[in-house]
Write a protein that binds this ligand. Structure first.
Ligand SMILES: [Zn+2]
Length: 270
């Protein structure tokens, strides 16, 4: 289902299915000035296709290749709607890796991008590279209203699990970069409009920097990653279990240490 929320010049399409809600997840696309930012996940393909048909769109921007953002990119291209995304995002959309089972359960399996793309230059909106969450992660900035469409840059202040592809230091640099824009409004792809945008972004920046410092300090003492994860992030939770370690506390510690170029101590094999 798609729930519609209006915020002055911005429309939020909050998308979920019974299965995504079971996993505690929804994903949002935003419409601003005739531009759709992200295009939802595969299991809402029919509703997204109807939306693409009904709305008069100038074009679509896709912020990164994850299936809850780029999941219907083929439908966008097939309809001949102009599309802007980073070349790496498009390359992944053309040849997506097989998703782990829990991600297929939550979001569905995307159709690979096969149709030709009509390129899009979104007047008034700027796509900014903000890596960390993923190497191809971008946010969209509307300078006329100082509005940031932050995609997955924020998600929450204390995100205690990570995928091995995440880069906490790059995330810190990206958070600094968007704070320097002095945003008045921030729309998160999962949480919607953030009530206290700059405070939230600053709190995440501080928490992540402190985490990096603590992980490095403990690694310097020779502590193994499992113990660092427990000391800094607490015990494992359901998320570690459901994703069978793909998103885990240990991976967050490993991501910090890998980025530091540190030797990662022996692991428990996850
Ligand atoms: Zn993502």
């Amino acid at each position: 289902m798609i729930q519609i929320e209006r915020h002055e010049d911005v429309v939020r399409f909050a998308m979920s299915t019974r299965r995504s809600r079971l996993a505690g997840m929804s994903a949002s696309a935003y419409l601003v000035g005739g531009v759709l930012i992200d295009c939802g996940f595969p299991d809402v393909a029919h509703e997204v296709d109807r939306l693409l048909q009904q709305e008069t769109l100038r074009g679509v921007i896709v912020t990164h290749a994850h299936e809850d953002h780029a999941g219907n990119v083929e439908a966008v291209a097939r309809r001949g709607i102009a599309l802007l995304a980073h070349p790496d995002t498009l390359a992944y959309a053309r040849a997506p890796a097989r998703l782990p089972m829990y991600r297929r359960f939550t979001w569905g399996e995307p159709s690979p991008l096969r149709s030709a793309i009509v390129s899009f230059e979104p007047e008034g909106l700027v796509l900014l590279h903000t890596p960390g969450h993923s190497p191809d992660h971008h946010v969209v900035w509307d300078a006329s209203t100082r509005t940031l469409f932050s995609s997955d840059l924020f998600i929450g202040v204390k995100v205690r699990v990570a995928h091995h592809s995440e880069r906490p230091r790059e995330l810190v640099a990206s958070l600094r970069r968007v704070l320097a824009l002095d945003p008045a409004r921030v729309f998160d792809a999962h949480r919607g409009l953030l009530p206290t945008p700059q405070e939230s972004l600053r709190a995440k920046l501080a928490w992540t920097e402190e985490l990096i410092g603590r992980v490095e300090a403990l690694a310097d003492t020779g502590m193994p990653v499992e113990r660092i994860a427990r000391a800094v992030l607490g015990a494992r939770d359901a998320n570690d279990f459901v994703s069978i370690g793909e998103y885990s506390r240990i991976n967050l510690v490993r991501a910090v240490l890998a980025e530091a170029g540190a030797r990662v101590p022996a692991s428990d094999g996850h």
